[in-house]
Design a protein. Structure first.
Length: 248
C-alpha cells in the first residue's frame, strides 16, 4: 500500500521544489530590467508621454496639402455644377426673351387686326347709309319749293340732311372734290369719256356720284366723266390757227 500513495515527506519535497523551479522557469524569459509580473496578471503596456506624443502625431489630420488634395474633387464638381447652372440660366433667359418678343408681336398683331376689323365694320355700315345721303343731295338740287308750305317741308328735310352730314364728319367721313382734277384710278371710277374743248385729256369734267374718304382712306370711289381732250374738229381748228391766234 505504501507504493500506491506518496508519503508525507515526498509531498513536502515536491511542494518545496516546485516554486523554485517555477521561479527559475519564469526568470528565463525575462530581461534583467523588466519588473516581475505575476502569472495571473494581464500584460498592460504603458506608453510614456513622449511615446504618446509620437503616436498622436501619426494620427493627426492631414496638413494643408492633404486638405487641398482631398477637396480637389469636390471643387471640380462645384465648378462643373456652376457651369451647368450658368448654361441653363442663359438658355432660360433666351427662351424668356423669345417668348416676350413673340407675345409683343402677338399683342401688336391683335391690336392691328382689331383696328382693321373695326374699320371694315365702320366702312360696311357707312356704305349702306351713303345712298340715303345721295338721295338727300339729289332732292336738294332738284326741288325748288315755291309755296310757304313747300318751303317749310324743304327746310325740315334739309335739317335732317345736315344732322346726317354732321354725324358723318364726327366719324371721320369727308366728301371728295374731283371736278377739274386729274383722273386718279385710286380715287375715281370713270363711267364716261367724251371730248372737251375746256379740259385737257384725262381730266375729270363732271362728278356723277360723289366719293367719300374715311380717315384718309377711300370709303367710296367717285363716279366721274373724264375728258378725252379736243376732238378731231377741235384739233383741226387748232392746227389751222396761226401762232399768234393760238397764243391769244
Amino acid at each position: 500500500m505504501s507504493g500506491d500513495f506518496p508519503s508525507a515527506g515526498d509531498s513536502h519535497q515536491e511542494q518545496s521544489t516546485t516554486p523554485e523551479a517555477h521561479e527559475a522557469d519564469s526568470g528565463r524569459g525575462e530581461s534583467p530590467g523588466t519588473p516581475h509580473q505575476g502569472a495571473g496578471e494581464p500584460v498592460v503596456s504603458e506608453l510614456l508621454p513622449a511615446e504618446r506624443a509620437e503616436g498622436g502625431q501619426g494620427s493627426e489630420a492631414p496638413g494643408p496639402s492633404g486638405t487641398a488634395s482631398a477637396q480637389d474633387p469636390g471643387g471640380a464638381n462645384l465648378d462643373a455644377r456652376f457651369a451647368a447652372l450658368q448654361a441653363e440660366n442663359e438658355s432660360l433667359k433666351g427662351q424668356y426673351m423669345r417668348i416676350a418678343a413673340d407675345f409683343d408681336n402677338y399683342r401688336k398683331r391683335q391690336s392691328r387686326d382689331q383696328d382693321d376689323l373695326r374699320l371694315k365694320i365702320t366702312c360696311s355700315t357707312l356704305s349702306e347709309i351713303l345712298p340715303v345721303v345721295d338721295n338727300f343731295d339729289r332732292a336738294r338740287q332738284q326741288l325748288n319749293p315755291q309755296g310757304e308750305e313747300a318751303q317749310g317741308l324743304h327746310r325740315s328735310y334739309q335739317n335732317l340732311y345736315k344732322q346726317l352730314v354732321d354725324v358723318f364728319k364726327q366719324l371721320g367721313v369727308s366728301p371728295m372734290r374731283v371736278e377739274g382734277e386729274s383722273f386718279d384710278p385710286s380715287l375715281h371710277e370713270a363711267v364716261l369719256r367724251e371730248p372737251s374743248q375746256e379740259y385737257h385729256e384725262d381730266v375729270v369734267i363732271e362728278e356723277l356720284q360723289r366719293g367719300y374718304h374715311l380717315n384718309g382712306r377711300v370709303l367710296r370711289h367717285a363716279l366721274v366723266k373724264v375728258s378725252m381732250g379736243p376732238g378731231p374738229a377741235g384739233a383741226q381748228a387748232g392746227a389751222n390757227l396761226g401762232p399768234a391766234e393760238q397764243a391769244g
